[in-house]
Design a protein around this ligand. Structure first.
Ligand SMILES: [Zn+2]
Ligand SMILES: [Zn+2]
Length: 275
């Protein structure tokens, strides 16, 4: 696994976005564990410990997957790859990158911000300041899944906490007059959770079909849709059932990112013309 030579965000927007997640996640965690949890579950009970373990697991995994997406290099290694020779049918899948002035492999696209061609490029992610491509897809999808689950779980708990302590009164205080600092912090953390819930659920709903059908954003049609099991392996690797446990578990992908298995039922315009 190769690491990026410049693994930092490229713009002020990316710096603010990544810092806000790296800071707000632990802040929310501390608030939930020290203020919300002891009021909803008896301290040192089974559910008290269960929630602490689950929250620690989710927080560590979300941040570790995010860091992996920042650090791992998924660009085309032009020193290592050679396009198929002239006349070879596989060469038709390659395209010439005018910026790099090189022949780029199938499904790779140039990123203006990263200034390299990215293997099986999906998009440039502003949260990690890097492209989501062949080698980082797994970390991005795990990040989205865990962040979505964490947002739903944390927002439900927070809502339950507020309903239980009649926060309609707090909202009235917010409009009518002074109120204690704790209630203000509670409402602020809740609004950040709602924003996270909306963003993560939107991302989850968008990427789920891509993962299931083996496609990335720039693919057209079901050309690379080779069945659910294979599609999942193309994202999560051979040990797909373990990768959600930790980003440190290695899981080999079925391809090197330079050539791909094609859906045998997919008919392209080129193949029709060849017939
Ligand atoms: Zn390029
Ligand atoms: Zn990029």
């Amino acid at each position: 696994m190769k690491l990026r030579s410049k693994p930092y965000p490229k713009t002020w927007f990316e710096i603010l976005l990544s810092l806000s997640i790296l800071i707000l996640l632990p802040v929310t965690f501390v608030f939930d564990i020290f203020f919300i949890l002891p009021t909803l579950h008896e301290p040192y009970s089974f559910w008290y410990y269960f929630n602490i373990v689950l929250a620690v697991f989710l927080n560590l995994n979300i941040e570790a997957n995010m860091l992996a997406g920042m650090l791992i290099d998924t660009s085309v290694d032009y020193e290592q790859c050679q396009p198929p020779p002239e006349g070879d049918a596989a060469r038709l899948e390659w395209r010439h990158c005018t910026v790099c002035d090189r022949w780029a492999p199938p499904r790779s696209w140039h990123c203006k911000l990263c200034d390299v061609c990215i293997l099986r490029r999906d998009h440039h992610c502003n949260i990690v300041g890097s492209c989501v491509g062949h080698h980082t897809m797994r970390y991005f999808v795990c990040f989205v899944i865990q962040f979505t689950f964490g947002s739903v779980y944390s927002t439900i708990y927070h809502l339950y906490f507020m309903l239980r302590y009649n926060y309609t009164l707090v909202v009235l205080h917010l409009i009518c007059g002074p109120f204690p600092l704790f209630e203000l912090v509670t409402l602020n953390v809740f609004s950040w959770k709602l924003l996270a819930l909306y963003s993560t659920c939107t991302a989850f709903r968008y990427y789920l079909p891509h993962v299931l059908h083996g496609t990335v954003r720039f693919d057209r049609g079901p050309k690379y849709d080779c069945g659910l099991a294979y599609n999942l392996r193309c994202v999560f690797g051979e040990r797909m059932f373990l990768v959600l446990l930790s980003p440190f578990i290695s899981s080999k992908l079925p391809t090197d990112g330079y050539s791909f298995q094609i859906n045998p039922n997919h008919i392209t315009a080129k193949s029709v013309m060849a017939v």
